[in-house]
Design a protein around this ligand. Structure first.
Ligand SMILES: [Mg+2]
Length: 306
């Protein structure tokens, strides 16, 4: 969810002249997949849906002009990371400045010089790939490759708001590996890391409904955001997860719970109201996790709050 494909070479041309689109398409078609729109509004919609790596944007268009389109793209979270190259028949410093001020990364003037157009597009596609890769790395946990705590916090806040607006139930799971300290003491930290990677991968592959998000919460704790999930659905998911981890059959000789690695899961589901906060949601899931631990571990408990 919400991460664009780092490998995509999708190029969107927004220009009200079909001849210009045809010309640019001819120059660029071997550098990426080309989409086009013939006015600003349609271009913005296409950019929101497809999230192209690069947008070639004509300034002189009827309706929204290129600077207005660029400013709109740059303020929308869905399109702010698309690189925009302004295309214009005007040359001169003041036009270049206007383009950069609107948030464009570069400026190409007409009539086109094909080798220059191709070189600039290539450069910006390469830079885009690089920054998309950096963005993805910044959201990931180094050991497990799951999303990290920072990204989880961001996404939970977004989902919380969305569920509050739509008045739908949002569930949250916090998962802890049982007796993990004993595991590390017995098997050593390198194997402890391998165990965490195995558990992380199993949780991730078991969690595949659209919008669900698995993150490493810290240490041997994981967390899962479950959109549109009521308490009964949350409980079912928690139970399934416990069973799934047990079936991995990772030996754990020093566990007081089972001969293999097990997890405890605390869950909560609610339809958020204006008074609720994500902190309360996390605290409620934590409380359920604590209950699962004191009830004997290797189980899922749903907090009935509120
Ligand atoms: Mg035009």
């Amino acid at each position: 969810m919400a991460e664009s494909d780092a490998g995509s070479n999708l190029i969107l041309i927004i220009d009200d002249s079909v001849d210009t689109i045809r010309l640019l398409n001819g120059m660029l078609k071997d550098q990426g997949k080309i989409l086009f729109a013939t006015n600003g509004e349609a271009g913005i919609q296409l950019a929101q849906r497809q999230q192209p790596a690069l947008i070639l944007l004509d300034v002189e268009m009827t309706g929204m002009n290129g600077y207005e389109v660029c400013a709109a793209l740059k303020t929308d979270p869905a399109t702010k990371d698309c690189a925009v190259i302004i295309v214009t028949a005007n040359s001169g410093m003041e036009h270049e400045i206007a383009a950069l001020e609107a948030g464009a990364v570069d400026f190409i003037s007409k009539p086109f010089n094909p080798p220059v157009v191709r070189a600039r597009v290539q450069t910006h596609l390469r830079l885009q790939q690089h920054s998309a890769m950096m963005r993805q790395l910044a959201n990931r946990d180094g050991l497990t490759a799951l999303y990290n705590r920072r990204y989880f916090d961001e996404m939970l806040a977004q989902e919380f708001e969305r569920h509050r607006r739509q008045q739908l139930p949002l569930a949250l799971a916090i998962i802890d590996v049982d007796h993990f300290k004993a595991y590390n003491d017995h098997y050593g930290h390198p194997q402890g890391d391998t165990c965490l990677q195995g558990v992380a991968n199993a949780i991730d592959t078991a969690t595949r409904r659209p919008g669900e998000l698995v993150a490493r919460y810290g240490g041997e704790e994981f967390t899962v955001i479950l959109p549109h999930t009521d308490a009964a659905g949350a409980e079912k998911y928690g139970r399934w997860l416990c069973q799934h981890i047990q079936e991995l059959q990772i030996p754990h000789q020093s566990s007081a719970t089972a001969p293999t690695v097990t997890i405890s899961v605390g869950l909560v589901s609610l339809v958020p109201s204006a008074q609720d906060s994500t902190q309360q949601l996390i605290a409620a899931a934590d409380q359920a996790l604590y209950q699962a631990k004191t009830d004997g571990r290797n189980r899922a408990i749903v907090n009935n709050w509120p």
